[in-house]
Design a protein around this ligand. Sequence first.
Ligand SMILES: Nc1ncnc2c1ncn2[C@@H]1O[C@H](COP(=O)(O)OP(=O)(O)OP(=O)(O)O)[C@@H](O)[C@H]1O
Length: 715
Amino acid sequence: MKFLMKQLKSQWLIILVLLVSHIFRAHFTLLLPSYTSDLVDVGIQNSGFEYAVPLAMNQDDYAHLSPLLSQEESETLATHYYQDNRGNYVLHEAVQKDDVQMQALQNHLIEAMALYQESDSLPQEAYADRDAAYEQLVAYGENHVHNLGVQTALSFYRNAGYNPHDIQVRYLLVQGSIMVGIALITVMIEVFAFYLSSILGANVGKQLRSETFDKVLHFGETEINQFSTASLITRTTNDIQQVQMTIAIWFRGAAYAPFLALGGMYYVLNTQKSMAWILAVGVGVVFGLIAGLMALTMPKYQIVQKLFDKVNLIAREVLTGLQVIRAFGRQGYETKRFDQANEKLQGTHLFTGRVMSLIGPTITLVMDITSIFIVWFAAQNIASGTMQVGDMMAYITYSMQVMFGFLIFAGMSMQIPRALISLNRVREVIETSISIHEPHESVVLEDVAGVVSFNDVSFTFNDAEEPSLEHIDFTARPGETTAIIGSTGSGKSTILNLLMRFHDVSEGSITIDGVDIRQLSLRQLRDLIGYVPQRAVLFSGTIASNIGYGVENLSEPELERAAQIAHAEEFIQGKAQGYDAPISQGGSNVSGGQKQRLSIARAIAKDPEIYIFDDSFSALDYRTDRSLRQVLKEEVSDATLIIVAQRISTILDADQIIVLDEGRVDGIGTHEELLESSSVYREIASSQLSEEELAQTSDANESEIEMEGFDAPKI
Ligand SMILES: Nc1ncnc2c1ncn2[C@@H]1O[C@H](COP(=O)(O)OP(=O)(O)OP(=O)(O)O)[C@@H](O)[C@H]1O
């Protein structure tokens, strides 16, 4: 939650505007039912007559009304009406158009106007005792009194020779236009709120994506392994998408619902308090239903996310290993494995889907039953004169809006736990503490020579029990080639990864020109090194963009030089577009050897002080391997070369060879020295070279095993 708040904090302005627009939207939405009520009660039932005030009356009616009027009321009539040429008493236009004056006049005349309707049924004595008679009328409710008054005004108007139809049409038109206006404003606010909530979701999504991406870019191997690449991809895509969608939907609907529900309740309580219990029961039942559904589905939603991970994992594994699966004829097995995971996911989805499909009809039923109760009790109130038909209609609408508000709020809030699971997965990535730290105060190396020293270095992986490297001690000097050889899993790549600070040493230290690499900024350390990984990685773009990846604005001659040294020029020139030939994602449109050459050219283009090659030559044929190293040595004669290799022929001419055996140094020396001193080295050498070659190489005459007739390219 704290994390969510932090993400939302930066969006406070959008949230504020959204909430304000929701308040306006609820306000306008809640205005409509009372207009509908007026349309029925005034517009239809009372022919558009809003006030119990005669707009006009003939002399007879005036005479009949007079005995019911007090002295003061008679004076009021006299001042507000004038006599037209037919002798009718007509209300002044200005008063007719002024609601305040009409209301005041109505307050003044209502008693007489209401009693007038009843005058035929009232005994003469009661007629004379106006107060007592009026009290009898009020007992039926104010609505009843008002209706009687309006009926009097209406009949006076007719008797005076006017047609009330015009007034009714005018009233319906005005009210209708206002209602259309309100509806339009509501729609506009709604569209605006939709737009804002989408922006809000998209902003938070973008924020999370860039925070995750930035974080992952700083991850060391340890953190990558902790999450796995597949999971990191799901977290940056699917999980963030889930959070983004929930935020957009929640702020669009759920944030609006309380305003609608509370506003509706206010109107309900203001109209008919006595019937509020029906609504309370309805809302209670809706809440009970939703709580029950949540209890049923929520645990399943948690499972869905995990099952989704599983399906993702299998899908990724299958897609990346498609060739192997086909080669080993394991399609059937993989299909079954995928189907199992997929069916589990489908089963869980079906369960939640079925439960959710119940929600609509059940809630509609509850709402309908509530409406029936409202109509039942309202009918009694209408009969007793305390309520009008239009009021009942408005009451039903308000009640439905209240229930709907609660429903939307609860229904949409059900999405939150799901989104929180996703948000938590994203938070884990963003809040992971990175094991490789920048130094507090970095040392800046100048005039770097490139002397790399491993000083009694040991290293244990986080999740491993045994150390992968123990007491590694050697120095690689500029102008020299240091080779590292050893069996699979002996720790060769780990040594290079420690030098790149993909991991930090557990014990001992690694220095460059005597400075601990942990004191150098990561930027400077990695700028000093040209790294060629074991598996060449290319990026989508062109050949030129891949070679120039580590350098800004690489000049054309530099680009060509790097390609020449890496022996990539020939195949580049063979392409119609040359250096501008496209490279597809992951370099899938070039061969393994070509990929490796481009990867080597990329390191050379950086012109670094230290080169590290992690078994980078094994994808090259023997000839190219030899020639490339020869040219490289000539061209970058001042640099420190560290080469990890599996092939003895690759390292025969190295100035020093470090033999690794199960994470320990078994021997350091030249080829000839090691043949003498290291049994491990001898074993590797004898497994790869013939007796003859061994004898030759031990005479330090490696050139004799060179391929004949091969010329290195001229640089
Ligand atoms: N992320 C890891 N977590 C735990 N152990 C690891 C991890 N990566 C490598 N190891 C272990 O560390 C040891 C050294 O691995 P490393 O990759 O350095 O060997 P290598 O000599 O480069 O092997 P190869 O020649 O096959 O590439 C191995 O025993 C390996 O199982």
